[in-house]
Design a protein. Sequence first.
Length: 414
Amino acid sequence: MRLPLFIANRYLLAKKSHNLINIITWISILGISVGSFALIVVMSAFNGLEEVISSMNSRLTPDLQIAAVKGKTIDLTAFPLDQLKAIQGVDYVVPTITEDALFRANDKQHIGQVKGVGPDYQSVGRLNEIVSGGSLVLTDEDEHYFAVPGAGVAWYLGINPYNPYATVRIYVPKRGNASLMNLENSFNSDVVTVRSVFATNQDQDEKLVLVPFDMLSELLEYEDKATNVEVFSAPKADINKVKKSVSTLIGADYSVKNQQEQQETLYKIMRSEKWAVYIILTFILVLATFNVVGSLSMLMIDKRKDTEILKAMGADNRLVQRIFMNEGLLISVAGGIIGLLLGIILVLLQQEFGFIKFGSGGNYVVDAYPVMLKLKDVLLIFVTIMAVGGSSAFLTVRHAMRKSFTQKSRLNDR
């Protein structure tokens, strides 16, 4: 063990001549512990929230979404659908049409988006998890069409999916120079039976209605055209490799977006909130290090005789400075480790048992507060503690040493 660290460790554990210094030292450790505990718990809570939202979005959002770089539609007759299906890691390739629409049911109306999806869409297993009744049905054996609205759309329109006579009328704009004076002449419309609803997140639930691709294609007067092509990958496929293979195949005329790129705004908001909280709690940690400054200042005064003895034995100012800098780092590290350990234990217990629950009486997606511990967050917080504690110790010791040197110079001048 290096001499400065050895002496600093003895100073930390040994009883000081003034009991107040011991009290301030433990208050410093406690303050840093609380700051690091709050950091790991809050950041883990944001990780858990992001994971819940991601899992909800990933069920309805395709793994990859292909769109034309120029124009609104994709010509399916010239698009390599069969080659896409042959790419390793691809399970389903589904042409889709998305258009703004007006929905009417039960003398109520709502504006949102209608999405026409190909027949393979019903085969995507994960979509069944978000549909009431446990299965996504858009067409049956008799080729009857069904609509699956979001839970929010169904609520606005007063649709009960368990009512066998529930229907929704869908209006979409006519192509060409349609008359704006008459609703019937400006829009194409059709009535579709509703058998089920889906529920993912509020944004999609309140605006989206799923219908068969052929039905919407006919309403919009599209012939062999789609607005997007959605790719659903195999469960254990490397989505980055799949994306690269898809981009190579279809060329530069089309853009390919993964789930995070499709929901870019949502993910940016969540991450910015997380880092904003991190910065705020780091400032609180900085305030907690003022106790370290006080503790170090009083310790340097208390150990003045010891430093004089060390200098008489040949120690220079640099060695003395390193002793007290190590002392400040030890206080910060001790507080950081205690806070991190307590925070990690709490997060792991919550992650495993979920004992901190949401209030009763609400309809929540999860019963308990979601948390997720990430190693990179633990390392980031520990590095932050070291940086803040090291900086405060360095500035404090440097200022004290300069002040001591100035006082000695004045005494020598006299």
